[in-house]
Design a protein. Structure first.
Length: 172
């Protein structure tokens, strides 16, 4: 028997986040940041956890100051802690909430590296690695696992084999 998935109703906040992400990817970082911050002012610290997690995750990517990036990534992690699998499924995403944690902790580890806080970076890197079993066997999961490995190498926790570290790719 084939299970039918109900059609999800478009979420206007997620649509606006997506539009701003496209602006950012097109090179208009300042405009994207402005739109993200306007939207954050609308949803606030107590808004829908899915909106807060996604938005904070992308706002972090537009920050010039590593401390500001860290603050936004911490907001994303905090919102993920409030997010349920049911809410994520309402958005039509097949991911479980626990599949968000490897990327969220990886981003925090990268933030701490930028700030010269290697012990905090290692803590979040270990959390990312520990949560990586929740990742799917797909290009997203492969990309996050590869980014974890590159950061491990950069922090001297593996055999480099000549590899270099690239910042992790973001996906809420």
């Amino acid at each position: 028997m084939v299970e039918r998935r109900e059609q999800t109703v478009p979420d206007p906040v997620m649509t606006r986040i997506g539009q701003s992400v496209m602006l950012h990817h097109a090179g208009d970082r300042e405009e994207a940041r402005g739109r993200f911050l306007d939207l954050w002012a609308e949803i606030g610290e107590d808004g829908d956890p899915l909106h807060r997690c996604t938005l904070a995750h992308y706002v972090a990517d537009t920050q010039d100051d590593p401390a500001d990036e860290l603050a936004w990534d911490l907001r994303a992690l905090s919102a993920a802690d409030d997010l349920t699998d049911d809410r994520l499924a309402e958005h039509g995403d097949a991911l479980a909430v626990r599949a968000l944690y490897p990327s969220l902790h990886l981003n925090l580890a990268a933030d701490y590296v930028k700030l010269g806080r290697s012990e905090a970076a290692r803590t979040h890197l270990h959390r990312a690695r520990g949560a990586a079993d929740a990742l799917g066997d797909d290009s997203y999961g492969d990309g996050v696992r590869a980014a974890i490995h590159r950061l491990e190498l950069r922090l001297g926790e593996g055999d480099s084999g000549g590899e270099t570290w690239d910042p992790p790719h973001r996906r809420p």
